[in-house]
Design a protein around this ligand. Structure first.
Ligand code: ATP
Length: 317
């Protein structure tokens, strides 16, 4: 990760054990300011424990955490003003109105009463919950409750948001709405660190990912570099041809041993090759020379699922 970028989170050699169980084991990673960074790992990997240490709710046994250059061991109060934490449970406020709920937390942050009305209205607009201002929380859909929970983490206008599995249990539409909201928050300049064990949730959202397993880091970097880590120089193209896929496969396999072709559909072929040995243009040129009419050729990159499955031994639940 480039040195000149300012870091919102800088974790070094973090360790936390509960009795014999080492939940976080010599963990180091960084989260650049203004990014959305995914924190990915299977169940029990240590995500919640790490997030609780980051938001100063839990003390590590060893190691250091800096939030915007402030050390959690010496500047916990200052840090709490700069971060908003959304835990993976909602809390027991079901019979409160939406407005009352946000007003209550704004008051807890000592925001003056005369400022709270506008503040809560602004947050409700951002969350697209204005129409529900006077609804009881237990009347809201799960997606709306999650957005409200995020709103609670926003009342003191923190620069950093720590979100623990915010999309769990949401239907696809609610998940998309939440992701759009997170993008909007990034546009507003917030840094977002978001945990999940469901990769599909994060792959189109994140600038960077930290992947952990058994409390240890396996990867910290961009999503695309993670793909390169896994794939090396292996490249894939998907070719749609006027002729049957089997004809394409036969031509390629008769030509070279180091090009692997497999059938993906009647006229769709997946071609895998090592880009240090051959270029995609050579493959296409060879097919054209053999009278194959190519309708489409698209490069396929490894998705986050492939990367995760390859990097972690346990896999996703
Ligand atoms: N207070 C605790 N006492 C004992 N063990 C704990 C405690 N908190 C966490 N653990 C253990 O530490 C390990 C990491 O737990 P943690 O909740 O941080 O993982 P996680 O990645 O958030 O998992 P999940 O996705 O299931 O929430 C687990 O084995 C868990 O059982």
């Amino acid at each position: 990760m480039s040195e000149e970028k300012k870091m919102a989170i800088d974790v070094k050699n973090l360790r936390k054990a509960f009795g014999n169980k080492i939940a976080v084991n010599n963990l180091s990673f960084q989260v650049p300011e203004g990014s959305i960074t995914g924190f990915i790992g299977p169940n029990g990997a240590g995500k919640t424990t790490t997030l609780r240490i980051l938001c100063t709710l839990l003390k590590p046994d060893l190691g250091s955490v800096k939030i915007f250059d402030l050390d959690t061991s010496t500047s916990a109060t200052k840090i709490r003003h700069q971060l908003g934490f959304m835990p993976d449970y909602f809390g027991l406020y079901d019979d409160m109105e939406v407005y009352e709920y946000l007003d209550f937390f704004a008051a807890a942050y000592r925001i003056a009463a005369h400022r709270r009305g506008k503040l809560v209205d602004d947050i409700l607009t951002l969350l697209d919950l204005t129409a529900k201002k006077h609804s009881l929380i237990n009347e809201l859909s799960r997606g709306m409750q999650q957005r409200l929970s995020l709103g609670r983490a926003l009342v003191h206008d923190p620069k950093l948001l720590l979100l623990d599995e915010p999309a769990s249990g949401l239907d696809p539409r609610a998940r998309m709405e939440l992701m759009e909201l997170l993008r909007e928050l990034r546009r507003m300049g917030k840094t977002i660190f978001i945990s999940s064990h469901i990769l599909a949730e994060l792959k189109n959202l994140c600038d960077f990912v930290v992947i952990i397993e058994n409390g240890k880091k396996i990867y910290n970097g961009t999503v695309s570099d993670a793909a390169t880590t896994v794939e090396g120089d292996l490249s894939r193209i998907q070719i749609t041809s006027a002729q049957d896929s089997q004809t394409v496969i036969n031509i390629l396999h008769a030509w070279r041993d180091d090009v692997k072709a497999t059938l993906k559909g009647e006229k769709v072929t997946l071609v895998e090759y090592h880009n240090l040995q051959i270029k995609s243009s050579d493959i296409i040129a060879h097919l054209v020379k053999n009278d194959i009419q190519i309708e489409e050729a698209a490069k396929i990159s490894a998705n986050l699922e492939d990367v995760f499955m390859s990097l972690t031994k346990g896999g996703i639940s």
